[in-house]
Design a protein around this ligand. Structure first.
Ligand code: G4P
Length: 194
């Protein structure tokens, strides 16, 4: 998605050898217009696939997921990372390891919000190692729901997330921006024409 790639080039900052900071428009301060355009693009990419529900993980997945849900006219459920007192014990859970933070979080979704009738689209802001997608897939499997595909805002294609997700049985992965490498602090995108 050209608009997103341009924004990453303009406002993204490469930190070290493998981190892209996009907190001025994606995961701290949010640009709602760009977010809406991304939701529309996800809706176009996953049209006519019978999606009944969108699943994501708090916190940064929520904004793009809500915009996609708005366009696709389906509910959005976000997995919680900490056990809330108002969440019932009847929850689907999975462990998600974060390589960036080197911590493991249990994520959970209340059983009332996911069932075997659902065809779910997974959405997240970053695809790096794929742990969040794997956790969501595990939860969808527990509910016997069908995973239609995954929509990612920014994929770091030099990390193993896509392969890990495919190996876990997630097909139909679309990323709005695919980063091939960081070179001298500059972002190089995957050339989709090749
Ligand atoms: P994974 O989900 O693909 O396995 O990613 P990984 O374990 O490597 O990353 C853990 C967290 O770091 C995730 O956020 C992920 O979105 C984020 N992350 C990974 N690579 C980058 C990057 O290059 N830039 C930024 N800004 N974030 C990155 P999270 O723990 O779920 O945090 P949040 O959703 O609460 O913000």
């Amino acid at each position: 998605m050209k608009e997103l790639e341009n924004r990453i080039q303009e406002d993204g900052r490469v930190i070290g050898k493998d981190i892209l900071k996009v907190d001025s428009f994606l995961n701290h301060q949010i640009d709602p217009q760009l977010m809406l355009a991304m939701g529309q693009e996800f809706a176009r990419l996953f049209a006519n696939q019978g999606v009944t529900k969108i699943l994501t993980v708090e916190a940064s997945g929520i904004a793009p997921a809500v915009m996609a849900g708005l366009e696709m006219k389906v509910p959005v459920v976000f997995a919680r990372k900490s056990k809330s007192r108002i969440l019932s014990d009847a929850a689907f859970t999975a462990d998600v390891y974060s390589f960036t933070k080197q911590t493991s979080n249990a994520i959970r979704i209340d059983k009332r919000f996911l069932s075997a009738d659902d065809h779910v689209l997974l959405i997240d802001d970053f695809l790096a190692n794929g742990q969040a997608l794997l956790g969501l897939k595990e939860i969808a499997d527990q509910a016997q729901a069908t995973v239609v595909g995954a929509g990612i805002v920014i994929e770091k294609s030099f990390q193993p997330g896509r392969d890990n997700a495919i190996n876990a049985g997630i097909q139909n992965i679309h990323s709005l921006a695919r980063i091939a490498a960081f070179e001298n602090g500059q972002v190089c995108f995957v050339d989709e024409e090749k």
